[in-house]
Design a binder for this molecule. Structure first.
Ligand SMILES: Cc1ncc(COP(=O)(O)O)c(C=O)c1O
Length: 388
């Protein structure tokens, strides 16, 4: 049984100076607070740290296999969390989700075929393909309630025209924070089945459903009778703040697709580092308490962010059910580029253009509330300079 984790643990401001942290060192020696790349400024869960230290008592770190214990830990977690029964041989271990996206493009799209992506979307969806494929952007639609979701009308029209290798989903969705409903996933899978395409579902954010009312369904488990069409990409890396360790996995029920994927991985994708396996196993087996507390803290951070910007007409924080990445409409801000503007005022954000949606910004709120508050103060002060 893991020890309880008080929410105040996430208030600790831990300097990342001297660790070459990509997030902070982008602005080394500058007075800019970083809210861009998706990692957390929180200490990892104590049982994960303990497992890593324990492993380091052995001094050899050679090529390593995923253990049966690791496979059981992942499968047990998926069963408990999503009632998804995954067989051990469906798992293919990878050192990252992005290389899984790239391998999927190689495996499931023939030369000349299209890969469908739904912007605004995590930028690696645009650049993981081979030169002989082409990316087709079918934008998400944003409803009156500001929830972003798939447009099945344009999707079906495009599928009907033929020549599509795979649909590349991001579920839950980065940067909009949408958790897709079971009905939406069902419609997606029925269309994929009718038009005979593979569905690649990047679910790296699935264990970060912050809204207690929302529920994530793995695409493959939402319509079990169609799971042979799916490739699911998952990792403990976002949820437990292990992004620098490089461990993720694909779940591929269909043996033919699995072999095609493995062939695409061979020679181009390095093996998973031993410490990464250790941390992943510890996260799934002993990280539940930490994760629950972290998600509660993150949800409170999101509410705080919404409140602080509630009366600010220049920025509209869109609703979010999952991820720690707020998607903010800055089109009312009278500047050419909102991300550049805020950076000049000491706040480092992601530019919506990176996700194919200029005019928006993305703010990573996985940090102590004090840091978030300072960033918001700077953004509000920056906006004031435009009106005063
Ligand atoms: C949707 C999505 N997929 C993949 C990644 C990166 O995955 P990895 O570091 O495992 O390659 C991210 C990181 O932010 C992400 O948001």
């Amino acid at each position: 049984m893991s020890k309880s984790v008080p929410l105040s643990a996430f208030d600790a401001v831990i300097s990342r100076a001297g660790t070459d942290a990509m997030k902070w060192d982008k602005y080394k020696n500058q007075d800019v607070l970083p809210f861009w790349v998706a990692d957390m400024d929180f200490a990892i869960a104590e049982p994960i740290q303990a497992a890593l230290l324990e492993r380091m008592k052995h001094p050899i770190l050679g090529y390593t296999l995923p253990s049966d214990g690791l496979s059981d830990a992942v499968r047990g977690f998926l069963q408990d969390e999503y009632q998804w029964e995954v067989e051990a041989d469906w798992l293919v271990w990878l050192p990252g989700v992005v290389c899984g996206l790239a391998a999927s493009c190689r495996a499931f799209a023939q030369p000349g075929e299209a890969l469908i992506v739904n912007p605004p979307i995590y930028h690696h969806f645009f650049d993981s393909h081979e030169p002989h494929h082409h990316i087709e952007r079918l934008p998400l639609q944003c409803g009156n309630d500001h929830r972003w979701t798939w447009n099945f009308v344009t999707l079906e029209e495009r599928l009907k025209a033929g020549g599509v290798g795979a649909i590349m989903l991001c579920s839950p969705h980065n940067p909009s924070g949408t958790v897709f409903t079971r009905d939406e996933l069902n419609t997606m899978m029925q269309l994929a089945n009718t038009y005979d395409v593979t569905v690649v579902s990047d679910e790296i954010h699935c264990d970060l459903v912050l809204n207690p009312e929302a529920r994530h369904y793995p695409t493959a488990a939402a319509v079990p009778q169609l799971h042979d069409r799916t490739v699911t990409l998952m990792s403990a890396s976002k949820t437990w703040n292990l992004a620098g360790l490089n461990c993720s996995y694909a779940i591929i029920p269909d043996p033919t697709r699995r072999e095609a994927f493995k062939a695409a991985v061979q020679s181009t994708v390095p093996p998973v580092p031993p410490l990464a396996y250790v941390a992943t196993e510890a996260a799934y087996l002993h990280g539940g308490t930490w994760r629950a507390a972290a998600n509660e803290y993150l949800w409170a951070n999101y509410q705080y962010l919404v409140e602080r910007f509630a009366d600010v007409s220049e920025l509209h924080v869109h609703p979010l059910d999952a991820t720690y990445l707020a998607w903010i409409d800055a089109t009312n801000l009278p500047v050419d580029n909102a991300a550049e503007f805020f950076e000049q005022h000491g706040v480092g954000l992601s530019d919506g253009a990176q996700f194919d949606h200029a005019g928006f910004i993305r703010l990573n709120f996985a940090c102590p509330r004090e840091t978030l508050g300072k960033g918001i103060d700077r953004m509000l002060a920056a906006i004031k300079t435009l009106t005063s």
